[in-house]
Design a protein around this ligand. Structure first.
Ligand SMILES: O=C(O)C(=O)C[C@]1(C(=O)O)C=C[C@@H](O)C=C1
Length: 271
């Protein structure tokens, strides 16, 4: 079984792939989320793992667009607790570090820590573990990585500061992707859908009422620009429900009132 991820061993995506699918899978590493989406779409891989939002840094907006553009199917979600560590080639002190490189989402999650180190420049890079690997391979001094303790262990780096994320309780939500919808093994209690409504007074209020009137819980709403139609937006909704039929009724009501609905996935909540 082939699983596509962004990142290399020691990255958070790699940890999710192993925890979710077990050790007995072939993990294909890519540098970008777009390559992950493409590999699932072309069935080069059976499944893909993609981070979608973090409890400190918020949504990874471009990933919503990728799921939409490649018409991928979300069949599950996974919440991973995230602990970040500042690491470097062994034997250095934190005051000797001039540059810290990491995945942009990881840098955002540790912004507060680096306010105490204004002389350190923060630079976006591919993924947390790739930076750790590069530091060791190229014996880079004065350069730090932000990554997991697993990455420090794999690539032989020394941890200068642990748990440097802005709040200790930090989670990233990952979605599990495949090309086609498959029959769920249990009755779903969560759905991810895209709704496009007209840009008119009250249209969003009406959409929200249709969801709440049926007793559904809107756990996330994200507006995404409709690029062909400037200043118009679609909404990505995550909806949680106890009764599957109530969710179907809400979708029907939205369509009846002129909304366009694209269902990305119906699955069991990972929380
Ligand atoms: O760079 C990594 O290790 C990743 O797996 C990427 C990623 C992300 O895309 O958000 C995953 C989890 C953390 O939120 C930080 C970075």
């Amino acid at each position: 079984m082939k699983i596509s991820i962004q990142g290399i061993p020691g990255s958070f995506h790699h940890q999710v792939a192993l925890q979710y699918f077990g050790d007995d899978v072939e993990i294909q590493s890519f540098k970008t989320f777009e390559e992950v989406a493409k590999s699932v779409r072309t069935e080069d891989s059976q499944f893909g793992v993609m981070a979608i939002e973090n409890s400190i840094a918020g949504a990874i907006l471009p990933n919503y667009e990728l799921i939409d553009r490649y018409s991928l199917h979300i069949f599950d979600e996974f919440f991973l607790p995230i602990s970040h560590n500042l690491m470097c080639m062994p034997g250095q002190k934190i005051r000797e570090i001039k540059v810290v490189r990491s995945h942009p989402m990881a840098l955002l999650q540790c912004k507060k820590f680096f306010e105490g180190y204004p002389n350190i420049s923060l630079i976006d890079d591919v993924d947390t573990a790739t930076v750790a690997k590069r530091i060791m391979e190229e014996k880079l001094v004065g350069v730090g990585a932000i990554a997991s303790s697993i990455a420090a262990e794999i690539y032989g780096l020394e941890i200068l500061a642990s748990d440097i994320q802005t709040v200790q309780n930090n989670f990233t939500r990952f979605i599990l992707l495949q090309k086609e919808k498959s029959t769920p093994t249990s009755i779903p209690n969560k759905a991810s859908i895209k709704v496009t409504i007209s840009n008119e007074r009250g249209s969003l209020a009406k959409l929200l009422s249709q969801i709440s009137d049926l007793g559904l819980n809107l756990s996330k709403i994200q507006s995404i620009p409709v690029i062909e139609n400037p200043w118009n937006y679609s909404f990505f909704l995550d909806i949680q429900f106890d009764i599957y039929e109530d969710y179907l009724k809400a979708v029907e009501a939205i369509i009846q009132s002129g909304g366009e609905v694209k269902v990305f996935g119906e699955y069991q909540s990972g929380k």
